[in-house]
Write a protein that binds this ligand. Structure first.
Ligand code: SAM
Length: 274
């Protein structure tokens, strides 16, 4: 695999600092990452060898939800907050294959993602990229390019997949989501996946992983409870089966391998504004 090296890294990338986007990229098998990013995943793997499977479950959840929304709802506008580095199947490829008229806005402020995101856009005029800070709904929805590209009076699918667990409590994730939801028109969908503390025998693992991630050079990775995750969907009508471990959300088929503990510590759900 052709990985970039610290020496060959472009000047806009600081390879002495871990990046959430690059750590995740390594976890799901990508090549856009550096030693400092890989070390974090390896630390997690010592405790949970299934870390990559849990990250892949999260990505597969995003793809299944994108497919569902593109085929089963009238939504044609997708706002993918914290979209991450381009991977095998990106949101615009999934939804535009099924609904060619769908428009997709990717939002991410990581320098590597910004560089790759712009390159990725060249394959579709119905896809744009914004470098807004996703902690600020005003900045995301008010970005002039996004506001001109999307019709914010028509339903939007807002994705916050594996983003809010990088918000500290002081970033007030529930308030931020309430602000997004308040500004979205009726008919919109909100998609969230998040590190999860199931408040059972898996709690010890969740708490230990939280400690490792928040003390790592990445600096964040909070495992929140069902009540906390529900608060991010406040006022929305949840789609069945509600908030569940990502691999259990309308899977493509039966789980063939035995489930591993960390797979139960990443949960997702979809809510609609009615
Ligand atoms: N959503 C993708 C997925 O689940 O497959 C990628 C998730 S990745 C773990 C989280 C992404 O959120 C990273 O690419 C990171 O750069 C981005 N991100 C984190 N905080 C952000 C912020 N304040 N503004 C914009 N992007 C942010």
């Amino acid at each position: 695999m052709n990985r970039p090296t610290e020496e060959s890294a472009p000047a806009y990338i600081d390879t002495s600092k871990a990046s959430i986007a690059r750590v995740y990229d390594y976890a799901i098998g990508g090549k856009d990452n550096y030693e400092i990013d890989r070390e974090i995943v390896e630390l997690v793997r010592k405790l949970a060898p299934e870390a990559s499977q849990a990250a892949l479950d999260n990505r597969a959840f995003l793809i299944r939800v994108a497919r569902y929304l593109a085929t089963r709802t009238p939504i044609t506008q997708f706002l993918d907050c914290g979209s991450g580095l381009p991977t095998a199947e990106n949101t615009h490829q999934v939804v535009q294959r099924l609904r060619p008229e769908a428009k997709v806005v990717y939002v991410d402020n990581d320098p590597t993602v910004i560089a790759h995101g712009q390159a990725l856009l060249e394959d579709s005029e119905r896809t744009i990229f914004s470098s807004a800070d996703i902690r600020k709904p005003d900045a995301v929805l008010g970005d002039p390019a996004t506001a001109a590209f999307l019709d914010l009076d028509q339903p939007v699918a807002l994705f916050h997949v594996s983003t809010l667990h990088h918000f500290a409590d002081s970033d007030e994730p529930a308030r931020v989501m309430a602000e997004y939801i308040d500004r979205l028109p009726v008919g919109s969908a909100v998609v969230i996946a998040h590190f999860f503390d199931p408040e059972n025998e898996d709690t010890a693992l969740a708490r230990r992983l939280e400690e490792i991630l928040s003390r790592s050079p990445m600096g964040s990775g909070y495992f929140r409870t069902l009540a906390q995750l529900e608060s991010f969907f406040a006022g929305l009508e949840m789609l069945e089966p509600g908030i569940v471990p990502c691999y259990r959300w309308w899977p493509d088929g039966p789980q063939l391998d035995p489930e591993q503990p960390m797979q139960r510590c990443v949960a997702g759900g979809v809510g609609f504004k009615r």
